[in-house]
Ligand binder design. Structure first.
Ligand code: KG4
Ligand code: ZN
Length: 403
């Protein structure tokens, strides 16, 4: 399918836009369908489907995400997830079976997914959507490709424009989705004052992103080694906590005393905005290994978790505050799986309220902090339809940088 510039222009001018989005960058297969409408200040979002099918249980046995298992699971889950999403949105209608030649070429490498597409999707009428959005990176290449090729196949089958979305842009915009208190499945997107500073913290990334005008991202700091979520997961695993370690470790930390142990906050006082978590991870490792197992189990676990969390969050909060001051941020937001962490939210929120009271602080609804497809649809809508591409030009890019 070829998207002419006219079609893109038409999309850009539309005030209302219904997007079907797909996220498969790691171990969640997620699909959402949402309507976006421009409002006097910002936008409104009505969600008609929002499904996250998690593979966590499958990867837990291995203590981390196994890329090829993730690829297999995405192939299995995408069609059922889409069928559920269309059913939820009341958009499932039959039609005479469509031809599958072009789709077969696109899904040449995903034969299992192709068999499910042929079995279930050819006899479904194209749903009333304006565009398809899909995460193209960063993430695990085998997982990304399944989602990208599925999105390309749907774009071909239904003759819809395809918008490739950066996963980290999705996490960034998730903070702008403010849940409507009165209306179920409705959100508003406020228009925020610039510059906006985003702290994006996930299992694969730790980034400080500066946005001076909509929506030009510039990364001013990143981790030099492990991501903060990765450090949580590794220490959680070492402590024998359930996978992924982040939520479990944080839960345990809430019962511990962070003053019992001193663990280092690497790069706390460096003048740049970069991070490093491998030294903290190693220090926690030796601390745990140095304790007799019985002592560790009985008394020290929660204290070590609390000390670890304090060391990790100290550096996130301090560097974010310093960057907010230096770049005169008017809005600070957080996003990514680790932004579900209550202590991080509270500490950063309180620190900003105290030190920069005029600065607005936004955090995602905890249910939208981890990987989901609604954030991908939101990023597609916010960053504009200019990004719509010919389907043959959309490729997965595991290492793409936000910018
Ligand atoms: O954004 P995300 O769902 O996936 C990636 O893009 O990586 O982030 C997952 C990461 C995992 O490392 C997980 O342990 C961490 O977010 N995480 C947390 C919490 N909830 C999830 N880390 C600390 N505290 C939490 N409450
Ligand atoms: Zn993520």
């Amino acid at each position: 399918m070829f998207i002419t510039s006219n079609r893109v222009l038409l999309l850009e001018r539309k005030h209302a836009m219904r997007i079907l989005s797909i996220e498969t960058s790691c171990d969640e297969t997620a699909i959402a369908i949402a309507d976006f409408t421009r409002a006097p200040t910002g936008a409104r979002v009505n969600v008609s489907s929002h499904i996250v099918s998690s593979q966590t249980r499958i990867h837990a046995a291995f203590g981390g995400v196994v890329p090829n298992l993730a690829r297999r699971e995405h192939q299995q889950n995408l069609v059922p997830t889409l069928m559920s999403a269309l059913t939820q949105a009341q958009m499932l209608a039959p039609q005479a079976p469509a031809r599958h030649q072009a789709v077969s070429v696109i899904l040449e490498r995903e034969q299992y997914l192709l068999s499910l597409v042929k079995k279930h999707l050819l006899a479904i009428a194209p749903p009333p959507i304006d565009a398809i959005a899909a995460t193209y990176g960063p993430g695990l290449a085998p997982a990304l490709w399944v989602g990208v090729n599925f999105a390309r196949a749907l774009a071909e089958l239904w003759q819809k424009p395809l918008i490739p979305v950066n996963h980290m842009a999705g996490h960034f915009f998730s903070a702008l989705l403010q849940k409507d208190k009165k209306q179920e499945a409705s959100f508003s997107i406020p228009s925020v004052p610039f510059p906006v500073l985003g702290l994006l913290v996930s299992g694969g990334h730790t980034e400080l992103v500066l946005v001076k005008k909509p929506w030009h991202f510039s990364i001013i700091g990143t981790t030099l080694d492990d991501a903060v979520g990765e450090a949580y997961d590794k220490i959680g695993r070492l402590m024998g906590l359930s996978y992924p370690g982040g939520p479990a470790l944080s839960h345990l930390a809430a019962q511990g005393d962070a003053r019992k142990y001193h663990l280092p906050s690497p790069m706390l006082n460096t003048k740049d905005y970069h991070f490093s978590f491998s030294g903290l991870k190693t220090a926690a490792f030796y601390l745990i290994r140095g304790l007799p197992p019985a002592t560790f189990e009985a008394e020290r676990k929660a204290d070590i978790a609390a000390s670890f969390e304090k060391a990790a969050l100290d550096v996130l909060v301090k560097k974010t505050l310093r960057a907010a001051k230096e770049y005169k941020a008017k809005t600070v937001l957080i996003g990514g799986g680790v932004s579900a962490n209550r202590v991080l939210r509270k500490r950063l929120g309180d620190t900003l309220a105290h030190e920069l009271p005029a600065c607005r602080f936004l955090a995602p609804d905890p249910a939208l902090a981890g990987d989901n497809a609604l954030m991908i649809a939101t990023a597609a809508y916010m960053t504009g339809m200019k990004k719509a591409r010919n389907i043959s030009d959309v490729r997965a890019d595991a290492n793409v940088v936000l910018g």
